[in-house]
Design a protein. Structure first.
Length: 576
């Protein structure tokens, strides 16, 4: 088949600046090209030509950065070329415009993040995208589950294909090549006699590097010979120092142990740091789709400590190749697991070896390619048999009616025959009625209003937590503004739907109009709280969000939170 792979607008392929999706594509296409004619369409980059052919694969690059700009370049290219299969990565919003100019092509969508969330795509556009594709590949069951919850009609098209790792580059320290890499890094950074804890990833709040740093004093009390390595930057290939990075570094400088902050490391060099480490930690605070660093740590023979967020735990056999932190916001839980592993070198070795074998068996590129190939073969078969675009081939499996009748309680059959109300399942919304899990019916208006009040509570708690730093006068001013907005919104908000994106954006706009220096902090608070509560409302699980000391610790007062640093910077600008 003639196949077009469409990457995202963020980073180029080959992955000269890193990126999980870009690495995934680069790892799979060398094998897929043997049977198919492949073109890769991606964003441009100063280091790469607009067009080139490498090892029989055509690369075409158009302006990127913004999705709208990238979309125009993609549409123009697709309009001028014919393909049997168009495989789009992680951008469901590209499906409709691509379909318009390629009405006869088959489309496969690969999802690496939860881009079907309401704040990322309109529901109607999401429905249309799902109708237009023949298959949706997800990198974890978690991503598939989130899509299915929002779009039940997608279920029959979903297929999980876990990512892979280069087993020849990422090697354990107990191998000859691994020992060589380990010695090189350790000698170059004075880590030769240290127990090295490794973090790799973007330095942003949802990746949780600050929480890991806060866990280190507890670990250092037990193991003064420990060292922490933070590999990563604000964004792929960008080494700018953000307020958050400055905050993490301020915390690190006060530790009684060495901390190495490398900044951005090129993808061709990252494996060396895995070989140099003793334990790998993924302290994700957000619902991580499934970070590829887990595969790299397993391949490098490292025991893993990860968080119970999103799809992370899908590759963890607890106690065999890793340990799981159930409360990611608690530094103490990270410290507890680190102490367990650092106390037992035999356990670390056993877990590392188990992880390496798991990677060899399940997360090699041959397996990934085989899984993708099976999807492409299915598409090719549909083309040959003239099966309509976007449909799922009917199952040939015979249905045993007698078994269904035997397994179905008589009471349910009778109810189904006599009452239409049996169609209302727990949590379903029928004619603006919400049936909650405890059987109590509530009006949606009441739930939305309750949720909105909780959003404001979260915001006010964040204000209170920072009072010592920003001062009572500014805190009182901000609290007064927020309370005024709360009253206005609760009284005037149109509560006919569950659109928390609109609620959050409306509130943020009002905050910006007020001109408060706290706008960014409060905006982040409401957007985060709104997303969480929106999800909970959709499932009808109305729970109060617990108070979060996001970057503030009473046991660690001298280092100012990054949000306070940002606030001070804004004050200085005004003074100038």
């Amino acid at each position: 088949m003639k196949v077009l792979i469409i990457c995202t607008e963020k980073l180029p392929v080959p992955p000269v600046k890193g990126g999980a999706i870009q690495t995934y594509i680069a790892g799979a296409v060398p094998f897929l090209k043997n049977k198919h004619d492949i073109t890769i369409l991606g964003r441009n980059d100063p280091t790469l030509p607009e067009k080139e052919t490498i090892d029989g694969i055509d690369y075409v690059r158009v302006p990127g950065g913004l999705l709208e700009v990238y979309r125009d370049g993609v549409v123009n290219y697709v309009r001028q070329h014919n393909f049997d299969l168009i495989h789009i990565f992680n951008r469901p919003r590209l499906i409709s415009p691509v379909r318009e100019v390629a009405p006869n092509a088959r489309i496969v969508l690969s999802m690496h993040n939860d881009m079907f969330k309401p704040e990322k795509i309109d529901h109607e556009e999401g429905e249309k995208a799902i109708e237009q594709v023949d298959k949706i590949i997800t990198i974890s069951d978690y991503i598939g589950k989130t899509i299915k919850e929002m779009f039940p009609n997608a279920e029959s098209k979903l297929k999980t294909i876990y990512s892979g790792v280069d087993l020849d580059r990422f090697v354990p320290a107990y191998t000859q090549e691994g020992k060589k890499l380990r010695d090189e890094i350790r000698k170059g950074h004075n880590l030769e006699s240290k127990k090295v804890i490794l973090f790799t990833g973007r330095l942003s709040p949802n990746k949780g590097a600050d929480i890991l740093v806060k866990a280190m004093p507890l670990v250092a009390k037990k193991f003064p010979d420990v060292a922490l390595v933070l590999v990563g930057s604000k964004w792929f290939s960008v080494n700018d120092v953000t307020d958050y990075i400055a905050y993490v570094r301020a915390l690190a400088e006060r530790l009684p142990i060495p901390v190495v902050t490398t900044g951005f490391i090129h993808p061709t060099e990252i494996h060396k740091w895995f070989a140099a480490a003793d334990v790998f930690v993924c302290p994700s605070q957000w619902q991580e789709p499934l970070a590829r660093v887990h595969y790299e740590a397993m391949a490098a023979g490292l025991p893993i400590i990860t968080t119970n967020r999103g799809g992370n735990t899908e590759v963890i056999d607890i106690g065999k190749n890793g340990l799981v932190v159930e409360n990611p916001e608690e530094p103490g839980e990270f410290a507890e697991h680190l102490i367990t592993l650092l106390s037992d070198s035999s356990l670390r070795k056993e877990m590392g070896q188990f992880g390496r074998k798991k990677a060899e068996a399940n997360f090699n590129w041959n397996r990934v390619v085989s899984d993708i190939k099976s999807v492409w073969d299915e598409i090719e078969d549909k083309i040959k048999n003239n099966i309509a675009i976007g449909t799922v081939a009917e199952s040939t499996e015979e249905i045993d009616i007698s078994k269904i009748m035997t397994d179905t309680p008589v009471e349910e059959i009778e109810l189904a025959e006599t009452s239409e109300e049996i169609l209302v399942a727990e949590g379903d919304v029928i004619e603006q009625q919400v049936v909650s899990t405890d059987g109590i019916e509530e009006k949606p208006e009441k739930n939305v209003k309750t949720a909105l009040s909780e959003i404001f509570n979260v915001m006010k708690e964040n204000i209170n937590l920072n009072e010592e730093i920003v001062g009572k006068q500014l805190t009182a001013q901000v609290r007064e503004i927020v309370e005024m907005l709360e009253e206005k919104m609760l009284n005037n908000l149109s509560l006919q739907n569950h659109d928390f994106k609109t609620v959050a954006n409306d509130l943020l706009a009002k905050l910006q109009m007020e001109g408060t220096e706290y706008t960014e902090l409060l905006g982040e608070s409401v957007l985060e709280a709104g997303k969480e509560l929106g999800i909970k409302l959709g499932k009808n699980e109305m729970k109060v969000i617990p108070k979060k000391n996001m970057f503030y610790s009473e046991n660690n007062p001298p280092a100012a939170p990054w949000l306070a640093l940002k606030n001070r910077k804004m004050k200085n600008k005004k003074a100038i």
